[in-house]
Write a protein that binds this ligand. Structure first.
Ligand SMILES: [Zn+2]
Length: 125
């Protein structure tokens, strides 16, 4: 065998491959739309607020807010993830950009109105 093939030999597998490729790409398109990452960000089981700096709109922390009222304070044990808060020795909480967000009051941070924005879901406790 020298590897030389007749035209009929090579044509048939090539057509078959092309057909498989078409069905595969259609499938992967569906996978992309319903990717697990996207499903996670819309997870209905974990209502959570993302607190952002009002000055630079960077994420400060993620907060488990109970009740539908305004965010006036953030209880430390319900802050689920801190992204970039700067907590000074005097208890002042700031964004790295310098914007003051709140102040340490022991078990919670008292939030400075209009220094932050939030997006997400509050849950009813
Ligand atoms: Zn900021």
């Amino acid at each position: 065998m020298t590897g030389a093939r007749g035209p009929e030999d090579s044509l048939a597998p090539a057509t078959e491959y092309a057909a498989n490729w078409r069905s595969l790409s259609a499938e992967s398109l569906v996978v992309t739309i319903f990717s697990p990452g996207l499903a996670l960000s819309f997870s209905p089981e974990k209502p959570m607020l993302t607190i952002r700096c009002a000055a630079c709109s960077k994420k400060i922390w993620r907060y488990d807010k109970i009740g539908q009222g305004e965010v006036l304070r953030c209880h430390k044990d319900r802050i689920k993830k801190i992204y970039r808060a700067v907590i000074a020795d005097n208890g002042r909480v700031s964004c790295p950009c310098g914007k003051r967000i709140g102040i340490d009051k022991g078990s919670f941070y008292k939030m400075i109105a209009k220094s932050f924005t939030y997006k997400g879901t509050k849950r009813n406790g």
